[in-house]
Design a protein around this ligand. Structure first.
Ligand code: 2U9
Length: 348
C-alpha cells in the first residue's frame, strides 16, 4: 500500500527544488530542461499520477487535486519566467522576414566625388595631379601670371589678403590664392617641359555668399606644355572631358574671351541639357551653359618662369568644380555644398 503522507512529502520536496532551479534558470533552454524534469514522462509528478489508482477513493480525490494544482502552478511559473526572459533584447526571437536595417555608411562629399570624376577624365591623357599651398604670395598668384599691378582683380574685393608679414617681401603680400594657377607657376619653375599637370584645390574670393557665389570653392586647372602643343590639342582634350562628364553626344562650343594669362583665350559652353539649345531659365534663354575657361599660355607667363616662349608652347584651362557638379545634378544653389545637411549629402 502506498503511503499518502510519503507521496505528499516527496511532492513538497519537488516543489522546493523546482522553486530553487527556476530561480537559477538563465535561458529558455534552462526552462525547458526544468519543465521536462518536473512535468515530463519520467518526472515524479507523472509517476505519482500513475499511482493514483492504488489509493482509496477519498485519498485519490485529495491526492489528485494536489497533483493537478502543483502541475498547474509549475506550468504557470515556467511560462511567466519564459516571458520575462524573452523580454531581454538579446533573447527576443528574431523576425527574419523583416527588411534589414542597413548600418549608416559614410561617403565622399559630392564635390570630392566630382573632383575625382574630373581627374579620372584627364589622368588617362597623361595628366599628373599636383597640389600646392592655399596661402600664397602676390608674385605667384598675380605677377607671374601676367596680371599687372593695376589689374582690377588685384583689388582687395577680389582677393583675400592675409594680415601677416610676408615671408618674402620681394614677392609681395600674403594672400589666400584666388585660383590654383600659382601651383602651375611653382611647378614650371621647378621642372622643364614637357609637362602635363592637373591642379585641383580650394580657392578663395571675398564674394558675399548667395545661390551662385561662395567665398571658398574648388577648381581644377590643367596645363600642358612642350614644343608643339596647339589649340587643336586643347580642343581634343576638352572634348574628351565634356564627352565623359556630360555624355558623348553633348554639343560644345569655344567662344572667344580674354584672360591675362592666356592668348588666345576662350570660354567653353555646352548645349543646355534642359532645353537642348532652345533656351530656358537654366541657361538664361541662351541655349548654352558656360563650363570652363582656357587658352594658349601667354608668352609673358613662360618668361616669368624662365622658359623661352620661342621654344615652348602649351595650353591651360580652368574650371569650377561646384559649377560642374551643379550642372550635372541640376542644382541651383551652391550653398547646399557647404551646409552639411545630411538630407542633401545622402543623395550622392
Ligand atoms: C598658368 C597659365 C594659365 C588657367 C585658366 C581659366 C582660363 C578660367 C575660371 C573657370 C571658372 C576660374 O573657377 S573659375 O571662376 N578659369 O577661365 N583658367 S585659363 O590658366 C592658366 C593657369 C596657369 C601657368
Amino acid at each position: 500500500m502506498i503511503d499518502l503522507q510519503q507521496v505528499r512529502l516527496s511532492l513538497s520536496e519537488l516543489e522546493q527544488r523546482f522553486a530553487r532551479e527556476l530561480s537559477e534558470a538563465k535561458s529558455p533552454q534552462d526552462l525547458e530542461q526544468l519543465r521536462i524534469k518536473c512535468l515530463g514522462r519520467k518526472s515524479l509528478l507523472a509517476s505519482s499520477i500513475k499511482t493514483l489508482g492504488a489509493f482509496r477513493a477519498e485519498e485519490r480525490a485529495i491526492l489528485g487535486k494536489t497533483l493537478n494544482t502543483l502541475k498547474a502552478q509549475i506550468e504557470s511559473k515556467l511560462s511567466e519566467a519564459k516571458a520575462k526572459l524573452l523580454e531581454q533584447p538579446a533573447l527576443a526571437p528574431v523576425d527574419v522576414t523583416l527588411p534589414g536595417v542597413s548600418p549608416p555608411v559614410g561617403r565622399l562629399h559630392p564635390i570630392t566625388q566630382t573632383m575625382a570624376e574630373i581627374i579620372a577624365c584627364f589622368a588617362p591623357m597623361g595628366f599628373e595631379v599636383v597640389e600646392g599651398p592655399e596661402l600664397e604670395l602676390e608674385f605667384y598668384n598675380f605677377d607671374a601670371l601676367n596680371i599687372p599691378p593695376d589689374h582690377p582683380s588685384r583689388e582687395t574685393f577680389d582677393t583675400v589678403f592675409v594680415e601677416a608679414p610676408s615671408p618674402e617681401p620681394r614677392k609681395g603680400k600674403l594672400l589666400l590664392r584666388s585660383h590654383t594657377s600659382p601651383v602651375q607657376i611653382r611647378v614650371m619653375q621647378a621642372r622643364k617641359p614637357p609637362l602635363r599637370i592637373l591642379v585641383p584645390g580650394k580657392v578663395f574670393r571675398p564674394d558675399p555668399l548667395d545661390a551662385s557665389h561662395s567665398f571658398m570653392f574648388h577648381q581644377v586647372e590643367g596645363l600642358m606644355v612642350d614644343d608643339r602643343t596647339n589649340f587643336a590639342d586643347l580642343k581634343g582634350v576638352l572634348a574628351t572631358f565634356v564627352g565623359q562628364v556630360f555624355g558623348p553626344s553633348t554639343k560644345m562650343r569655344f567662344r572667344p574671351h580674354f584672360f591675362p594669362f592666356t592668348e588666345p583665350s576662350a570660354e567653353v559652353d555646352i548645349a543646355c541639357a534642359g532645353c537642348r539649345g532652345r533656351g530656358c531659365s537654366t541657361c538664361g534663354h541662351k541655349g548654352w551653359l558656360e563650363i570652363l575657361g582656357c587658352g594658349m599660355v601667354h608668352p609673358n607667363v613662360f618668361k616669368a618662369v624662365g622658359y623661352d616662349p620661342t621654344k615652348v608652347q602649351g595650353f591651360a584651362f580652368g574650371l569650377g568644380v561646384e559649377r560642374i557638379a551643379m550642372l550635372k545634378h541640376g542644382m541651383i544653389d551652391i550653398r547646399l555644398f557647404f551646409e552639411n545637411d545630411l538630407r542633401f549629402l545622402e543623395q550622392f
